[in-house]
Design a protein around this ligand. Structure first.
Ligand code: ADP
Length: 797
């Protein structure tokens, strides 16, 4: 019943002699065919009905004779055939039925056989059923011991109903010798066949069990530690053999770790990582990653600090040595140190580690070149601390502060840890430059959030760097921030900091700074002795007014440096000539141009406001204060349109419209034609057009420019103004008076119009500025016009 005895096959079939394998009926099996006689047999089969007679060879002969072949074999169909590049072929055959070769015939190499079906006797009896169950049980057991067997087997076996097929399938899967397989094939009685399979399977299982027993016994004998030791020894032996002697490297690493005096927590992490390294091949990328990691971990100065000097008197001396004036700032710094000194006395235990400076973080705000950075350096010098600085300009991602995780290719720690490494101590003066220039919007978190943690005394003792994955104690760092402006500083950061403004210097102050600090420094930097170059004050003034226009002194120092370089080159030239004469070069106002070329800055105020409709305003900018010119023009044949150009922000545009409305509502009072917009357009322009401008403080200036255009009367050249204007013509206070006054002074302005409510700010101005300029506080536009566009002049004209 199992086979299909009714099916008839041709009695003569090509013979495929098999070595060391038996193909059972009702199973599918791949065969590799190489011998010419076998290839020939396959070809014949494929040319006809694809049937072959498969039979086992009794020995390994290449060209077996009839007597070398078993008579009982399998009739099979070739289901697939593929040629292999080496010349042989691969076929997949499906065993169809057991058959007996009655006679072999040979034609050339090809062997053929007259075959007749030899069906197994197959009654389905109780005994057979019992064997089938036993086989299923055995399969279950085999699957539970051996991990190598496919779990699909259970399903496969369960799905087979036919005991014969089950017997043949299992026989083909079990690891049996070819002879044994042949015996199973030749067995006529199904129960005997099933018994043979069950016995074979039982043997297989006993073997598997024995194997796993031996393994677990051996494993139990070796404790975990022993095993690790054993494996490690093996690995070392292999690595030594391969010449990858990492021993020295690891030994060196160990001694570096010991020497680095790591805090306990860090030490524990380091030992763990070394153990990991030991188990790795030095050629693996991860090994290199951990090596680099160690370079960073060991370079962080975990336990080094410098001893603080908290002597307010000495600190003041250092600050005075380094910086001119800046009295208030210096006082504040000295106070700060005094407080720290008292605090450290109160906490004797902290003394050896250096006191923990807690309290507000100082933030120096001001235009470039006013000495923010160099003050930080002075503080470090005064306190005997190291100084490091990171620039936050353009930082977008938290990862820049905190580092990338180690899994990133090329990851390194964040800037904070990098700077600590550079400082070589855990308590440096740490300058966070340009804190106003961090931008949010990176992909990996807001940098401001990470900075908040850095600056928060209650959190920064355990700052987490993503790369190191170790908490870093920042509590002993003295942070100082700098910014050009406060508007863009994150409010939460602003909240943490004490703001100290440095607004810029007057001409006189700059002359002093140049004389006391910049010139001596530039002489030294250019290898000149003091007697070889003298720059008189007038020359310095000329450089300040005609070659630089800045709130600070950075360009001034650069220009002095340029003069010194030219002189140094000349002195060196003379020495080369060997005249030997000690030369002294005197730089005067008249000779400045010989060194620096024609003046770079021209006094443009008079030129710009020489026509009606142009007013000089004062603006606050990031680089201090500056003047700006506002132009107004009445265009004939218009329809009352107002055009605003020069990249004006919303606030500034609204302020322009308010000015126009006020003027329209008060034409008589202001002395302009009532219907000025009826048949005209008004154009207001603020050069330089490429720079965006905004803010309300140009209101008075715009109104003045419009009135000047309407009256066709020029504004007084030495007047500049600032102030917000209301619809009713009132002048409201604005910020940055000090910066604006300094800018006005730099541009040679004599009269500054400012809101009356800003008058108290005037006391803050340097005496030099107060005495050299005239200030006109005003409450209304009319008052401002009386100063800038006095109507008396009109009647005189
Ligand atoms: P900032 O950090 O504010 O941009 P820097 O600290 O770099 O400015 O200062 C620029 C240069 O000007 C430095 O060489 C500094 O020493 C010098 N400088 C600034 N202010 C003073 C001052 N009050 N006295 C002496 N030198 C000064």
């Amino acid at each position: 019943m199992a086979t299909e005895p009714e099916r008839t096959y041709p009695s003569e079939l090509p013979v495929l002699a098999l070595r060391q394998t038996v193909v059972f009926p009702l199973t599918i099996q791949p065969l590799a065919i190489n011998r010419p006689m076998s290839v020939d047999a396959v070809n014949h089969a494929l040319a006809g009905d694809r049937l072959v007679f498969l039979t086992l060879q009794k020995d390994e002969a290449d060209e077996p004779k009839e007597s070398d072949l078993h008579m009982i074999g399998t009739v099979a169909a070739i289901r697939q055939m593929a040629k292999v590049p080496g010349g042989g072929i691969h076929v997949i055959v499906e065993g169809l039925m057991r058959a007996k070769a009655d006679q072999f015939t040979r034609s050339g190499v090809a062997l053929r056989a007259m075959v007749s079906a030899a069906p197994e006797s197959a009654d389905k009896s109780l005994e057979i059923e019992a064997y089938v169950r036993r086989l299923r049980e055995l399969i279950d057991r085999a699957l539970s011991i051996a991990t190598g067997l496919s779990q699909d087997l259970r399903g496969l076996v369960a799905g087979i109903d036919d005991p014969l097929r089950l017997a043949y399938l299992l026989s083909s899967l079990i690891d049996l010798k070819a002879d044994e397989k042949q015996k199973i094939l030749e067995q006529n009685v199904l129960t005997a066949k099933l018994e043979a399979v069950a016995n074979a399977l039982g043997r297989e299982i006993a073997l598997l069990e024995m194997k796993s027993k031996i393994e677990s016994a051996a494993q139990q004998e070796m404790t975990d530690a022993q095993r690790q030791y054993y494996l490690r020894q093996q690995l070392k032996a292999i690595q030594d053999e391969l010449g990858e002697g990492e021993k020295n490297e690891l030994g060196e690493l160990r001694s570096r770790i010991a020497a680095a005096k790591l805090p306990d927590a860090v030490g524990a992490i380091a030992s763990k990582e070394v153990e990991r390294l030991e188990r790795m091949s030095p050629a693996s990328p991860e090994y290199q990653m951990i090596r680099t990691y160690f370079d960073w971990v060991l370079d962080v100065p975990w336990s080094s600090t410098t001893e603080d000097r908290l002597d307010p008197v000495a600190a003041r001396q250092v600050l005075d040595q380094d910086h001119y004036d800046l009295d208030k700032v210096k006082e504040r710094i000295v106070e700060y140190l005094a407080v720290q000194k008292l605090k450290s006395r109160g906490a004797p235990s902290g003394e050896s580690r250096g006191p923990q400076i807690k309290g507000p973080i100082l933030c120096f705000v001001g235009p470039p070149g006013v000495g923010k950075t160099s003050l930080g350096q002075s503080i470090a010098r005064a306190m005997n601390r190291k100084f490091v600085r990171i620039s936050l300009g353009g930082v977008r991602d938290e990862a820049e502060i905190r580092g990338h995780r180690r899994t990133y290719i090329g990851a390194i720690p964040g800037r904070i840890v990098q700077a600590l490494k550079q400082a070589g101590a855990m308590n440096p003066v740490f300058m966070l430059d340009e804190i106003d220039k961090i931008t949010a919007g990176g992909f990996q978190g807001d940098p401001a959030a990470a900075l908040l943690e850095v600056l928060d005394p209650s959190q920064n003792h355990s700052f987490r760097d993503h790369y190191l994955e170790i908490n870093v104690d920042l509590s002993r760092v003295l942070f100082i921030a700098t910014a050009n402006q406060l508007g863009t500083v994150h409010p939460a950061l602003l909240d943490r900091m004490e703001i100290i403004s440095l607004v810029g210097y007057t001409e006189e102050e700059k002359v002093h700074i140049a004389r006391q600090y910049l010139i001596p420094r530039q002489l030294e930097e250019n290898g000149l002795a003091a007697e070889q170059m003298a720059i008189d004050d007038e020359a310095v003034r000329r450089i300040i007014t005609q070659y630089t226009r800045e709130a600070g002194v950075r360009n001034l120092e650069r220009q002095i440096g340029a003069v010194a370089r030219k002189i140094a080159a000349r002195v060196a030239g003379i020495e080369a000539d060997d005249t030997g004469a000690a030369t002294r070069t005197q730089v005067t106002a008249a000779t400045v141009a010989d060194y620096l070329g024609p003046p770079k800055i021209h006094d443009e105020v008079a030129f710009r406001v020489s026509r009606p409709g142009v007013a000089t305003g004062l603006a606050w900018t990031e680089s201090g204060g500056d003047v700006l010119f506002i132009e107004a023009s009445l265009l004939p044949a218009g329809h009352g349109n107002i055009t605003l150009t020069g990249q004006l922000g919303n606030v500034m545009q609204e302020s322009a419209r308010a000015a126009v409305s006020h003027i329209r509502s008060s034409t008589q009072q202001l002395g302009v034609a009532t219907d000025f917009l009826d048949s005209h357009d008004l154009h207001i322009h603020v050069p330089a057009g490429a720079i965006p401008k905004d803010g309300p403080s140009a209101g008075v200036t715009m109104a003045t420019a419009i009135v000047s255009a309407l009256r066709n009367q020029s504004i007084k050249q030495d007047v500049a103004m600032t102030g917000e204007i209301t619809l009713s013509g009132l002048v409201l206070p604005v910020g940055g008076i000090r910066e604006k006054a300094l800018a006005a002074r730099r541009h040679g302005i004599k009269i500054m119009i400012l809101p009356a409510l800003n008058a108290p700010d005037l006391t803050e101005l340097p005496a030099e500025v107060r005495s050299s300029m005239h200030f006109e506080p005003v409450s209304t536009l009319e008052e401002a016009l009386n100063v800038a566009l006095p109507r008396v002049l009109v009647s005189q004209k």
